[in-house]
Write a protein that binds this ligand. Structure first.
Ligand code: SAH
Ligand code: DHB
Ligand code: MG
Length: 223
């Protein structure tokens, strides 16, 4: 099994299940044109986020790690007309391109992009009583994964979903001796998920156009 095959199968899936989408294609073109790294979720992963948000009936969504708004658009499309999504991004340039992409998608009224280090903007959200969010998507710097998970717990309610991207990283996650701070950040996240009685959590490995990685999903319980 090879990257070439995973990409070909992703192309097969996407060709059948994800109709051509000029808004999303324009968002990716603008990302590339701005020289922003193309580390957005794949189309079929974006649609998975959309399916989960629709199935969950999410009306309020928090995203940590906007990049140029590709996953943001998928998630925001799941919202009802009066729904809200707040997305947190550190890089002003990413936020600027994201805002343009979100506006082109017709989602500007529902989506707010907040610029700053998420560890600064998350306490602000809490202070504003911005929650509870029905769904949180964590996809920023991996070194702070545990902190983001703990903030997600503070900003959610019973039944909320917490989804976390990049939890396998080419399988590097099982290397306890890794000197990669991102790997250690994700490993610490697994320990936090395991130790937290207020969530039921799982993770699945994924392969596809974005390589070999994984997605964790947790539901907030009453415990
Ligand atoms: N969710 C996006 C991809 C996010 S990539 C998508 O799938 O389309 C990760 C993003 O997190 C990058 O834009 C990066 O600038 C941002 N980021 C990194 N560190 C951050 C921090 N401390 N606070 C907020 N955002 C951060
Ligand atoms: C990286 C970050 C991501 O969120 C992702 O999905 C893929 C790669 C990265 O920082 O390399
Ligand atoms: Mg990611």
């Amino acid at each position: 099994m090879s990257q070439e095959q995973w990409t070909a199968v992703d192309d097969y899936i996407t060709a059948r299940l994800i109709p051509p989408d000029p808004v999303l294609e324009a968002a990716l073109a603008a990302t590339a044109a701005a020289g922003i790294p193309m580390i957005n979720v794949a189309p079929n992963q974006g649609k998975l986020l959309y399916v989960l948000a629709v199935a969950h009936g999410a009306r309020t969504i928090l995203e940590i790690g906007t990049l140029a708004g590709y996953s943001t658009i998928w998630l925001a499309r799941a919202l009802p007309a009066d729904g809200r999504l707040i997305t947190l991004e550190y890089e002003p340039k990413h936020a600027e391109v994201a805002r343009a992409n979100i506006a082109r998608a017709g989602l500007a009224a529902q989506v707010e992009v907040r610029v700053g280090a998420a560890l600064d903007t998350l306490p602000q959200l809490a202070a504003e009583d911005a929650g509870p969010f029905d769904l949180v998507f964590i996809d920023a710097d991996k070194v702070n994964s545990v902190a983001y998970f703990n903030w997600a717990l503070k900003l959610t309610r019973l039944g909320s979903l917490i989804i976390i991207d990049n939890v396998v990283r080419d399988g590097k996650v099982i290397d306890a001796a890794s000197r990669d701070v991102s790997v250690q950040g994700v490993r610490a996240l697994y320990e936090a998920l395991a130790a937290e009685p207020r969530v039921a959590a799982t993770a699945v490995q994924t392969v596809g156009s974005k390589g070999y990685d994984g997605l964790a999903v947790a539901v907030v319980l009453g415990a």
